[in-house]
Design a protein around this ligand. Structure first.
Ligand code: IPD
Ligand code: CA
Ligand code: CA
Length: 268
């Protein structure tokens, strides 16, 4: 093998593979949606289906076939360290509760990072066949057409997205306080059930903002890049840089970001 053969993959190469793999996993999920798959409980309201694991197995096999030295962090207990600094951050099925109820709103979320930098991301909804993508520094797209965040500049005129943590029955940090505050100040709030799609909906202007707590890196790695590359802003609830652990996630079109932060200052 020559030195040339060892060139690291480009961002475009990685995106093309992430798109191909997300389409394979998405097809599997869609094909099995109305079949009789097994459902297990991780917690009282936190479930996992046989299909979360099947989609993850497929993604793991495809990534390692092409990139045996890459790491993978994926929701269903998969953490492969890798050896060359590249790693894939994967939610094989974002929207498990929807999926288990055959509510057809869910996605496959795949980001590829080099060390701490997310280079590209894909969020694919196989039911609507909407494929959201971004490459760092090169913009964001929906089905290959460029997308931008909305121009709404007042909370009063905004439509927001959010979600609630799985430990809502036990924790005092439920998000219900913030939900109430935003509900009376906006045109409405949507709880779509897939945080990755919520972020993409901010990116393409269907939502003007999104907030949630207790998310994980696999929920946000792809979607947050897609928001930023579509001209939006992502921070924590204090306005500081978004932490990839997903514990406090705020994304917006930028124009209403300060107004959102004002409300989020009210403690939960
Ligand atoms: C969940 C979804 C949901 C959000 C939850 C997430 P999962 O991911 O993104 O919208 O509200 O907090 O955990 O479990 O369906 O992959
Ligand atoms: Ca998820
Ligand atoms: Ca998941």
């Amino acid at each position: 093998m020559t030195r040339l053969d060892k060139q690291p993959p480009t961002k475009s190469d990685l995106l093309a593979d992430a798109v191909r793999i997300s389409r394979l996993a998405g097809k599997l999920l869609k094909d099995r949606l109305l079949t009789d798959f097994a459902i297990d409980h991780k917690g009282e309201v936190d479930i996992v289906t046989e299909m979360d694991r099947s989609a993850q197995d497929l993604i793991e096999q495809e990534v390692l076939l092409k990139y045996p030295d890459h790491g993978i962090l994926a929701e269903e207990d998969l953490h492969i360290q890798g050896s060359d600094g590249f790693h894939w951050i994967v939610d094989p099925l974002d929207g498990t509760t929807n999926y288990a109820h055959r509510f057809p709103v869910f996605s496959v979320s795949i980001a590829v990072a080099y060390r701490n930098d997310v280079l590209c991301g894909v969020v694919y909804n196989p039911v609507s066949e909407e494929l959201f993508t971004a490459i760092r520094g090169e913009g964001a797209s929906l089905n290959a057409l460029p997308i931008r965040v909305s121009k709404i500049n007042s909370l009063n005129d905004s439509l927001l997205g959010t979600g609630f943590p799985y430990n809502i029955r036990e924790s005092s940090h439920t998000n219900l306080d913030h939900f109430k505050e935003f509900a009376i100040r906006t045109q409405g709030i949507r709880r779509c059930g897939s945080a990755a799609l919520d972020l993409c909906f901010v990116a393409c202007g269907r939502l003007d903002g999104f907030w949630e707590l207790n998310l994980k890196s696999w929920d946000i790695a792809a979607g947050a890049l897609i928001v930023r590359e579509a001209g939006g802003v992502t921070t924590d609830f204090e306005g500081s840089a978004l932490e990839m652990d997903g514990s406090r996630v705020l994304a917006s079109n930028g124009h209403i970001h300060e107004q959102l932060l004002e409300i989020l200052k009210i403690s939960v």
